[in-house]
Design a protein around this ligand. Structure first.
Ligand code: PMP
Length: 371
């Protein structure tokens, strides 16, 4: 007998008795409120994926010995649905998130699934709660697909039971009053990811250990860690975002947009890929180089001293781009230029507009948008 494939056509839908009213936009806090329904799909090694269920949002019941609680058999994704100017609901590049989710699952011996089937199920889930997708620039529905191992018992082994669940949270803009550039602490005493590790996968186990270094940075007045790696002090990521720097060669006048290469220590950000793709298509190659290469805090320090550091920003689904204004490094603060009187640099602003125009349907970009 062949084990069951994930199949969106057989989904069982149980309507919630609750039909929540949308909260006013100014009351939307990231990941604090959820919509009325959730999706769950169970998997067993014997039978494969069971019938997917869309049902009222509610608690999960698991045994205290369940492997997710002891050995962190857990992975997740984060993507968003947008209400466009012509009142369609679209999801931005979900195929990228599904591909990444399958890679995360494979890394911790959890089952993989057909990406298109989960996208279709997420579409059906959103359909149930579509009145809760907020309207307006910066507002969206955050989608959190998650997979856990659910085998009971304390042996460390390949889980023979697992579950996907998806929950939805209406969210507002990351920066409620426009961009707010952040101060980072360049962190080399703690390491987010390392060669041969799993920092390029979206495993829950990668996130908890980053909270203490963030707290320590916050105690010193910095909002986030700029994660460095190795003796070379390579710049890898910022907080839970990928990171881009812009340099200008003072001799040739040429500018460079640079981010760390995907060498297994970098989360393969969907926003990172979108920034690179759009920058390569839209920035003039006479004026710009767009590079994925190793670069270090020492290079940033040296080029800032020469007046060659132009701007820097983080990239991720939550904020799209997050401008950087200062980097604490070895007792000094490296200043990152912003436009006069503003909280962002020129390219940061342009990139954010390029992406928002696609997400909110002001610009057609069929390959990246699913209705
Ligand atoms: N790096 C890390 C560690 C992250 O958690 C995220 C958020 N998923 C990102 C980068 C940005 O990825 P994306 O653009 O897909 O949101």
């Amino acid at each position: 007998m062949t084990v069951g494939q994930l199949d969106s056509s057989i989904v069982k839908i149980t309507n919630s008795a609750n039909k929540s009213e949308p909260l006013p936009n100014d009351k939307l806090n990231f990941g604090k409120t959820f919509t009325d329904h959730m999706l769950t799909v169970e998997w067993t090694a014997e039978f494969g994926w069971a019938v997917p269920e869309i049902k009222p949002y509610g608690k999960l019941e698991i045994d205290p010995s369940c492997c997710v609680l002891h050995y962190a058999f857990e992975l997740f994704e984060g993507l968003k649905a947008y209400r466009t100017s012509d009142d369609k609901i679209t999801i931005f590049r979900p195929d990228m998130n599904m591909k990444r989710m399958n890679k995360s699952a494979a890394r911790i011996a959890l089952p993989t699934f057909d990406s298109e089937e989960l996208i279709s199920l997420i579409g059906k889930l959103i359909e149930q709660d579509k009145h809760l997708v907020p309207e307006g620039q910066g507002y969206s529905l955050y989608i959190r697909p998650t997979m856990i191992g659910t085998t009971d018992g304390l042996g460390v082994a390949v889980p023979d039971k697992a579950m996907i669940f998806v929950i939805l949270s209406p969210v507002g803009p990351y920066y409620k009053t426009g961009f707010k550039a952040v101060r980072l602490e360049a962190t080399d005493y703690a390491t987010r990811a390392w060669p041969g590790g799993c920092g390029d996968k979206k495993l829950g186990a990668n996130y908890a250990p980053c909270v203490v270094p963030q707290l320590q940075a916050a105690n010193r007045g910095y909002q986030q860690n700029l994660w460095l790696f190795g003796e070379e002090k390579y710049i890898t990521e910022v907080g839970t975002m990928n990171v881009f720097f812009v340099f200008k060669n003072t001799e040739t006048g040429k500018k460079e947009l640079v981010t760390a290469p995907l060498d297994g220590t970098i989360l393969e950000g969907v926003t990172r890929d979108s920034v690179l793709t759009l920058a390569r298509a839209r920035l003039s190659p006479e004026e710009w180089d767009v590079n994925e290469r190793y670069f270090s805090i020492l290079e940033v320090e040296e080029r800032a001293a020469k007046g060659e550091l132009v701007e820097a920003f983080g990239s991720g689904t939550a904020a799209v781009v997050s401008p950087i204004k200062e980097i604490g490094w070895r007792g000094k603060d490296i200043q990152v230029p912003l436009l006069p009187g503003e909280q962002f640099g020129e390219l940061t602003k342009r990139v954010s507009e390029w992406i928002a125009d696609i997400q909110y349907g002001r610009e057609e970009f069929k390959d990246w948008v699913r209705v």
